[in-house]
Ligand binder design. Structure first.
Ligand SMILES: Nc1nc2c(ncn2[C@@H]2O[C@H](COP(=O)(O)OP(=O)(O)O)[C@@H](O)[C@H]2O)c(=O)[nH]1
Ligand SMILES: [Mg+2]
Ligand SMILES: [Zn+2]
Length: 350
């Protein structure tokens, strides 16, 4: 499907969006756009075009790396062939670029390949538009700090849902563990036991100041594309600096490019020294989940399921109904209380 950028930006979600599956919706929108678009035949890639990866935004332009080592400063203009309807180009996208005739390292993105995974949020402002923050990562490392700042379990739960929705394998990294005296460490292990033991999500404890846990984390990131996300100030960039090909460069690159720019959603792709790729993200302050249906919410709290079978009402939302077995299980300490609080909060937001 090819679209003019201009038209693309003005596509509004159909009012009956919810009833249609994603593919059907895509087709509907394609029809809407048909009036104005010029076709680029599938697979018809112009001579001289190169396939590469979107490394980071450069203001309105994009940095694209094409193997074996070229970097292009790319515009998105004219006709672009894309298979999706949200966020025309995102960091992590596999794209095709056509170098400009000027031969000065500039190029145009002419095609974006299908995304295998996404980390999305609801775009700021009104409406329900999906904003893809990063595409094609394999795993989502939810990075939090043991202290400075203290982590909030609710945010972890939000990221977990985003991971499952976007087909990313989740992992929890608790950094700055050096700030916790030995006698309190077990409390952190206990607090996160619902994730590690019940949900089977890897939980790692790290410190970039002592180096604790860094080798183990690096092992997990080998040969994968890993997205590091979490609040700002927890040590994401510090971790990546320790294990990337370009130590100390991350902060400088960011400072050089990001001055005065809207960087709240800008991610950066960084090659790791022992293989693998990390994608660093700045703290994502506003993280509203993209198109989360009330009925799908329980699906993301899978540990509730065995109890939910015993709720008095089949359609129990586990919030206010009498005879709710999930609530009873929380009261009896059989289900994690904070997970339940996350659930209630999320259901009130939908
Ligand atoms: N005590 C301690 N401080 C850390 C650790 N990792 C990072 N920091 C500090 O935390 C601050 C934020 O780190 P940064 O990597 O920029 O966090 P980001 O915003 O998540 O990328 C910096 O001052 C780091 O020096 C750690 O493991 N322990
Ligand atoms: Mg950072
Ligand atoms: Zn219930």
């Amino acid at each position: 499907m090819a679209k003019r950028i201009h038209d693309y930006n003005h596509v509004q979600p159909d009012h009956d969006d919810h009833e249609l599956g994603y593919r059907a919706r895509t087709r509907e929108r394609a029809k809407l756009l048909d009036r104005t678009r010029t076709r680029v035949k599938q697979g018809n890639i112009p001579e001289g075009a190169l396939q590469g990866t979107v490394m980071r935004p450069l203001g309105p332009r994009w940095m694209v790396a094409t193997p074996p080592g070229a970097i292009w400063d790319c515009a998105v203009s004219g006709i672009v062939d894309v298979p999706h309807t949200s966020s025309l180009v995102a960091v992590g996208d596999t794209v095709w670029v056509l170098p400009d005739a000027s031969q000065d390292g500039t190029a145009s993105i002419i095609k974006v390949d299908e995304r295998t995974t996404v980390l999305s949020r609801k775009a700021a402002g009104r409406g329900k538009r999906e904003q893809v923050l990063v595409s094609n990562a394999e795993q989502l490392c939810i990075v939090v700090a043991a202290a400075q700042p203290d982590y909030k379990r609710r945010l972890i739960d939000r990221y977990l849902i985003a991971a499952y929705k976007g087909d990313l394998a989740p992992m929890i990294v608790v950094n700055k563990i050096d700030l916790i005296p030995d006698e309190y460490r077990e409390d952190f292990v206990d607090d996160l036991r619902v994730y590690s033991d019940e949900l089977g999500i890897p939980v790692m404890f790290t410190s970039t100041t002592t180096g604790e846990g860094i080798a183990e984390l690096e092992q997990e990131l080998l040969a994968h594309v890993s997205l590091l996300a979490g609040p700002s100030g927890v040590g994401k960039s510090s971790i990546i600096n320790l294990i990337s090909n370009i130590p100390q460069a991350v902060g400088e690159i960011s400072r050089k490019y990001d001055k005065g720019r809207h960087t709240t959603t800008a991610a950066i792709v960084i090659p790791l020294r022992n293989g693998g790729t990390a994608i660093d993200t700045p703290g994502i302050r506003e993280f509203a989940l993209w198109e989360l249906g009330l009925d799908e919410l329980p699906y993301y709290f899978e540990e509730f399921a065995p109890f939910a079978e015993n709720c008095k009402f089949n359609s129990c939302s586990h919030t206010h109904e009498p005879g709710c077995a999930v609530k009873a299980a929380v009261e009896q300490g059989e289900l994690d209380e904070e997970r339940y609080e996350s659930y209630v909060l999320l259901s009130s937001e939908q």
